[in-house]
Design a binder for this molecule. Structure first.
Ligand code: ADP
Ligand code: ADP
Length: 226
């Protein structure tokens, strides 16, 4: 079954066509990555999926339903950005609990228990009382992932979540993100400019160029460019 699709989606800014007539379908449970150089339209595509932008033309569908005009808060998505957007004045546990406020309906376990489960999922069990600035960059991104997952979204959107980390932490976070995605089976749409990362982590990859995918295929079928 199709989780998310774009149908002839175009997004224009004044002189720029950021996304140019893109049609694609992402399957339920798929790890789908948009990869390509800076300016090729990856982030704009993700923002269209999140609902932060409205397409100039075309439709965005979630599970077959047209959500083109549905605002971000009414879409069933969790989002993690490049720079950890944790609330610095809140503990790790409070940051994750913040995400629970958007859960609908409220779960049958206590918020404390749910926060503990989410932190365990991202391999940060027992870290509730830490402050974000006591954590490494990779740990902070995992808290951001736990917060994004707290409302129980159907789709997880990740915008260059590893690009601020050094190579070693990036590699570790890549493995952890993949493990979290597998465990939940959540449809995940990932944006990166790093082709190696895209090929290592994804079920399918869309190689973007000038606002449009020039290939959409599983990693083994993607031809590499120097
Ligand atoms: P990527 O994420 O692949 O780096 P973007 O989606 O951010 O690419 O940008 C695609 C193109 O659209 C770029 O030329 C960028 O300058 C332009 N663009 C993105 N957002 C805006 C905006 N808010 N206003 C004007 N141009 C934009
Ligand atoms: P910018 O446009 O400055 O790059 P971002 O892409 O980080 O900003 O965020 C765009 C918009 O999304 C902002 O209005 C921000 O308040 C909102 N936003 C950020 N994080 C979330 C989230 N987890 N859920 C919903 N909305 C968010």
């Amino acid at each position: 079954p199709v989780a998310v699709s774009l149908e002839h989606v175009t997004k224009r800014y004044a002189e720029t066509t950021a996304v140019d007539d893109v049609s694609l379908s992402i399957r339920e449970g798929e790890f789908f990555t948009l990869v390509g150089p800076s300016g090729c339209g990856k982030t704009t595509t993700l923002r269209l999926l999140a609902g932060f932008e409205r397409p100039t033309e075309g439709q965005v569908r979630f599970g077959g339903e047209d959500v083109t005009s549905v605002p971000p808060e009414d879409r069933d998505v969790g989002i993690v950005f490049q720079n950890y957007a944790l609330f610095p004045h809140m503990s790790v546990g409070e940051n994750v609990a913040y995400g629970l406020e958007f859960a609908d309906p409220p779960g049958d376990v206590s918020d404390e228990q749910r926060v503990a489960e989410l932190l365990e999922l991202v391999d940060l069990a027992g870290m509730e009382d830490r402050d974000p600035d006591q954590l490494s960059g990779g740990q902070q991104q995992r808290v951001a992932i736990a917060r994004a997952l707290a409302p129980g979204p159907d789709v997880l959107l990740l915008d260059e979540p590893m690009s601020a980390l050094d190579a070693q932490l990036r590699e570790r976070l890549r493995v952890q993100v993949k493990a979290i995605q597998r465990e939940l089976g959540i449809t995940t749409i990932y944006v990166t400019h790093d082709q190696e990362e895209a090929l290592a982590i994804s079920d399918r990859v869309a190689v973007m160029s000038e606002g449009t995918p020039e290939q959409i295929a599983p990693p083994r079928e993607i031809y590499r460019r120097p």
